[in-house]
Design a protein around this ligand. Structure first.
Ligand code: PEP
Ligand code: MN
Length: 361
């Protein structure tokens, strides 16, 4: 394979954040200031919104570009929006925008991508400072993604970033767009020179699933750069309200992961094994927490069921059977490890009392 075929010289930002859509001057400015205060340097906002079906909010268009420029003036962040055709690209470039992105629906259409590439190539200017972010197409098609990158690269753009936002599938998936990591790993393997940013917002579709996507990206696949939708008040967002995070929630989340990696991993080469083991432990701990959350969700459902059917919450027979089965399992699995038996006993007693409390709500 043709490794390093692309002569790309973008330093991928670790974070691009901003609302799904630009809705008002106030919304952009309030969100941007909060993001900048915590160190974000790249600000995104969609001003033309490609809606899958007609009738929704389709973006403010041109006036929102002026708001974006105000954001840049006030915060000195880089500003960017999505473009889906020649005309939008021309308008965005005329505003001297710092970055544009090509959305999943557009990447799916080689005519549209070529139209944007032509806009970049045919205008008399060169866009040495412009970054173009190319999202994966909606459908699971590696070649369409690479093809879009090639078209933009052939138009003379050297600052390119590939953005992974998952794929539309018809399987039952808890995610809005399934993160088929193999496709991303193939891109990384065949073209390690292309910087990669992960969009957990459009993968997850709901903010509750964003942490596990970030955790998977960082700790299972080693991707550390994120484009995240953030709105100062997601409850009033006109698009993608369920997946946006307030700036504060987003930074708390990102910092919680930084804390894991900074405090636990050492940086000396002699300690590579230790780092590997610690990373394994961190992954397992996060999985345990995810499982605990899943367990609590089910307890809540049980609580509701019991209430609706007038069933008492505490059922000693059920609890004794559950615990004794678990302890038998521990004994068989560990060949009677007394310490682990003791530990599981303590932990499950705690889990059980929390479950009982949860069911009371
Ligand atoms: C977006 O980032 O606002 C967007 C529309 O994303 P996607 O193209 O990934 O659906
Ligand atoms: Mn969105």
């Amino acid at each position: 394979m043709n490794k390093n075929r692309f002569n790309i010289y973008e330093q991928c930002p670790s974070l691009i954040a901003g609302p799904c859509s630009a809705e008002s001057h106030e919304q952009l400015m309030t969100t941007a200031i909060k993001l900048k205060e915590q160190g974000c340097e790249w600000f995104r906002a969609g001003i033309w919104k490609p809606r899958t079906r007609p009738g929704g909010f389709e973006g403010i268009g041109l006036p929102a570009l002026e708001w974006l420029k105000d954001v840049r003036k006030k915060t000195h962040m880089k500003i960017g929006c999505e473009v889906a055709n020649h005309e939008q690209c021309t308008i965005a470039l005329a505003s001297n925008i710092d970055f544009i992105w090509i959305g999943a629906r557009t990447t799916s259409d080689p005519f549209a991508v070529q139209d944007i590439a032509d806009c970049l190539r045919l205008s008399n200017k060169t866009y040495d400072d412009l970054t173009v972010i190319i999202k994966n197409p909606s459908s699971i098609d590696y070649d369409l993604w690479l093809g879009a990158i090639e078209r933009i690269y052939n138009a003379g753009i050297k600052k390119i970033i590939a953005c992974f936002r998952g794929f539309k599938t018809y399987n039952d998936s808890k995610y809005r767009n399934e993160p088929i990591w193999d496709i991303l790993l193939r891109l990384q393997n065949e073209h390690p020179e292309i910087p990669i940013i992960i969009d957990p917002s459009h993968i997850a579709g709901v903010r509750e699933l964003i942490p596990e996507i970030i955790q998977m990206s960082k700790f299972e696949y080693g991707f550390d750069n994120f484009m995240i939708e953030s709105h100062y008040d997601p409850s009033i967002a006109l698009t993608d309200a369920s997946q946006q995070l307030t700036p504060q929630a987003m930074f708390e989340l990102l910092n919680s992961f930084d804390h894991i990696s900074n405090s636990y991993y050492t940086h000396s080469n002699d300690e590579d094994d230790l780092n590997t083991y610690r990373k394994e432990i961190d992954k397992i701990d996060i999985k345990l927490i995810d499982l605990l959350c899943d367990r609590i969700d089910i307890c809540k459902k049980i609580g509701k069921y019991k209430k609706d059917h007038n069933i008492v919450i505490y059922d000693s027979k059920r609890w004794n059977t559950l615990l004794s089965n678990l302890l038998k399992y521990v004994d068989t699995k560990t060949n009677n490890d007394k310490q682990l038996n003791h530990l599981v006993n303590i932990i499950w007693n705690e889990i059980h009392s929390t479950s009982i409390e949860e069911q009371k709500h």
